[in-house]
Design a binder for this molecule. Structure first.
Ligand SMILES: NC(=O)c1ccc[n+]([C@@H]2O[C@H](COP(=O)([O-])OP(=O)(O)OC[C@H]3O[C@@H](n4cnc5c(N)ncnc54)[C@H](OP(=O)(O)O)[C@@H]3O)[C@@H](O)[C@H]2O)c1
Length: 331
C-alpha cells in the first residue's frame, strides 16, 4: 500500500476539555535515522494524555503535539540504522508522542514484535504501562520474589500491569481501589488482596494482612497525604516508589520512620528518559515478559476500544474513572 503524504490525526490547537480532540489532517511523518514509520492500527490511552490535553503535562522538548504514548501497527518504512525491522513487521512501540494518528514514527529500539497471536488493539496498550512498571518495580524498587508490594490504583492500566508483573515474579500484590467492583476486578486480575480505600483504612488493612510486618515495596501514583500513610505501611528496609501525585506533589514526612525502618524513597518519570534507556527496557521485556504473553500466562486487560474519531469519548471515560484496565483507540 503506498504511503500517503497526509493523514488523519488528533492534534488539538490549544489545551482544553475532551472536545478539543477532533480529527484533523496532518503531514505523514518521515522516519529519521534509527526510526521506523508505523501504519498505526491502534493506540493506547494513558492518564498522561489527559494531563497533556489539559496543558498540565511538562512536555519534554521536541515531542510531537499529537498525543499518544504507545501504538501497535505495521512497519511501512525504515530509517537508516533501523535494520532490525522489515517493512510488513507487526510491532508495538513506546513513543514520546504522536500515537493518535494513522502514521507514527518510533525509535527502532523502542519497538517490540506484537506477541504471536495477540490482536493489535491488545498490543497497543502494552508498552507505556509495562515499561513504566518494569523500570519502577524492578530497577528502582528492587523487587525480589517472595516480597510483598502495595499498589494504589489497582484497576488502572498501571495497576493491572503491576499486578501481572508482581504475580509473574512471585510477589504478593496488595492493591487499593475505589469500589467493591474494582476490588473484585483486581482480585480477578491476580491481586492477592484488594482494599476498597473508600470503605476501609488501607494502612490498618495492610497491617492486618501482613501480620504487622508491612510491605516491602509501595508503588504510589497518589502522592500528597498518601505518602506518610504509605511509609506507615512499609516494612523495615522498605522502598517507596513514586510515579505520580494525583493528590499533590508535596508531602509531610516523618523522618524518624525513614531512619528507624531504613526506608528508601525514590521515583521516576519515563517520558523524558533517553532512547537508549527505553531500548534497554524493551530488550529486557522482550526476553522476560513477551514469552508470558505468547504462552497466554499473561493476558492484557482491555477496558474498551474507541474509534480514533471518538478520542474525546475515550478521554471522558478515563476521566470518569470507571474503567478497569486499558482504554484503546482503533485506527
Ligand atoms: N512516572 C511515570 O513514568 C508514569 C508513566 C505512566 C503513568 N504514570 C501515572 O500513573 C498513573 C496511572 O496511569 P494510568 O494511565 O494507568 O491511569 P488510570 O487508568 O486513569 O489510573 C488512575 C488511577 O488512580 C486511582 N486513584 C485516584 N485517586 C486515588 C486514591 N486516592 N487512592 C487510590 N487510587 C486512586 C484510580 O483508581 P480509583 O478509581 O479506584 O480511585 C485510577 O485507577 C497516572 O497518575 C499517570 O500519570 C506515570
Amino acid at each position: 500500500m503506498p504511503i500517503p503524504t497526509e493523514m488523519t490525526a488528533i492534534d488539538p490547537a490549544a489545551p482544553g476539555g475532551p472536545e478539543v480532540l477532533q480529527p484533523v489532517t496532518r503531514p505523514v511523518p518521515q522516519p529519521g535515522p534509527g526510526e521506523v514509520l508505523v501504519r498505526v492500527a491502534a493506540a493506547g490511552v494513558n492518564r498522561p494524555d489527559v494531563l497533556q490535553r489539559m496543558g498540565l503535562y511538562p512536555m519534554p522538548p521536541g515531542t510531537p503535539s499529537i498525543p499518544g504514548l504507545e501504538i501497535a501497527g505495521t512497519v511501512v518504512a525504515i530509517g537508516d540504522g533501523a535494520e532490525r525491522w522489515r517493512v510488513g513487521d507487526a510491532v508495538c512501540a513506546l513513543i514520546a508522542g504522536g500515537g493518535y494518528a494513522e502514521y507514527c514514527t518510533a525509535p527502532a529500539g523502542q519497538c517490540l514484535p506484537v506477541p504471536a497471536g495477540m490482536a493489535m488493539t491488545d498490543a497497543a496498550g502494552l508498552c507505556e504501562t509495562w515499561f513504566t512498571v518494569w523500570s519502577n518495580v524492578m530497577d528502582r524498587g528492587h523487587a525480589r520474589p517472595g516480597e510483598t508490594m502495595l499498589v494504589h490504583g489497582g484497576t488502572s492500566g498501571i495497576g493491572v500491569t503491576a499486578i501481572q508483573l508482581g504475580t509473574a515474579l512471585g510477589l504478593t500484590v496488595i492493591v487499593t481501589a475505589g469500589s467493591g467492583d474494582k476490588c473484585s476486578a483486581a482480585l480477578a486480575a491476580g491481586a492477592a488482596h484488594a482494599i476498597d480505600y473508600k470503605a476501609q483504612d488501607f494502612v490498618a488493612e495492610v497491617a492486618r494482612i501482613t501480620g504487622g510486618k508491612g510491605v516491602d515495596l509501595v508503588l504510589d501514583m497518589v502522592g500528597g497525604d498518601y505518602v506518610p500513610r504509605n511509609l506507615q505501611c512499609l516494612a523495615e528496609d522498605g522502598r517507596h516508589v513514586s510515579i505520580a501525585f494525583q493528590r499533590g506533589p508535596r508531602a509531610d514526612l516523618d523522618l524518624v520512620a525513614v531512619m528507624r525502618k531504613r526506608l528508601t524513597l525514590t521515583g521516576s518519570m519515563l517520558r523524558p528518559r533517553s532512547i537508549a534507556f527505553k531500548s534497554a527496557i524493551a530488550e529486557t521485556l522482550e526476553g522476560v515478559i513477551w514469552p508470558e504473553f505468547e504462552s497466554g500466562r499473561i493476558v492484557p486487560l482491555i477496558d474498551r476500544v474507541f474509534p480514533l474519531a471518538d478520542a474525546a469519548e475515550a478521554h471522558r471515560r478515563m476521566e470518569a474513572g470507571t474503567h478497569v484496565g486499558k482504554i484503546v483507540l482503533s485506527i
